[in-house]
Design a protein. Sequence first.
Length: 389
Amino acid sequence: MALQKQCISDIEINQVTQADIARACGMRQATVSRALNGSSLVNEETRVRIAEIAMEMGYDLNQHDAARRMIMRRRGKQYINKVIALLYPRENLSGDGFFGRLFRGISTVVTAEEFGLLVQTMPNSLTDDHAPIPLQHMFSGGNIDGIIHFPMYSTRDIIPRLRTMHGFGNRPVVSLMAPMAGTTLIDTDQRQAGYIAGQHLLELGHKHILHFIFPTENTAQELRLAGLRDAYAHAGLNAADYLKTMEIVLFNSWMNPGNLPGQRMNVPDAEIKPDPYREQFLAFMHTHPEITAIIGLNDANALQTWYALSGIGWRIPDDISIIGFDDTDGIFDSEGRNLLTSLHVPLEEIGEIAARQIISQITETDSAEDEIILPIELMVRSSTAPRKA
């Protein structure tokens, strides 16, 4: 041991090589190389001993992740890979739509902070608790520092499963726009959104309002409806007497911008599938002629109602007012102006905050927040107008 310490002190730090480490350890250079690279040909005890001696000698371990991890674990610290996983729905990340804007905000911050971003699209469900998680080896191997997760469309059960893996455990997770236990939520004020949409329509004289809903339980939807009821109450009205709801049955069709008739101008009529939900919607409106305003779950949903009603001769906003949500899609006049009144969601800002929050939690253990809630702004355009007497 004394000879080993003498060898270490005799070597200049900035000149340390693997050959120097081998001499200090009394081992072959090939063994040192294998140990520093995490080879299973060298037992754990020997790998740790070599890594510790290398560090004491001032050898640069930055290019030997396995050795650095061993040292960090030995000292009770977590090795930072500077890699974040983004678990995302199977949607296009490019363009200026909903997911494209979120992704742009995330990637801008991650790039500026010199972190790597591993994007993994997720299936809609993992029906079997034992089904393999995409890139499971990356999480179990400790290669991921934290996760930004969009659980509204992808699986909610994946995070609890990852928590059971030794290589991931309690590493930070940021959840986008849907609350999940044990994560930091980045979201918008959904109740405020419902309130300002309702307030706008009520001030225009609309009382009988249709609000679309999801067929399954949804926290954001419930908050929007609560805000809408608040607006009725503030106006001295009982929402139960006026507010109607209708389920989005064909979820992918009536909320997907790619399925809008206005987005399929180059598709032959023979290739456009019939839309049975449109007929259900028109039948609903026929049985509720008192409705004079509609609030969509997103812009595509609102625009579907626009196309359906205008197709039977209704005029927007003369006969009915329509409000979208997200402010990512629209219908445009001859001068390129968007005509759809919509609730603007600051998607890029959400992405930026999510990225800053996950990086902060990775690098500072006491920086986690339970939630960060951003305001929503109503963009008033030409699809809403005073109700005609």
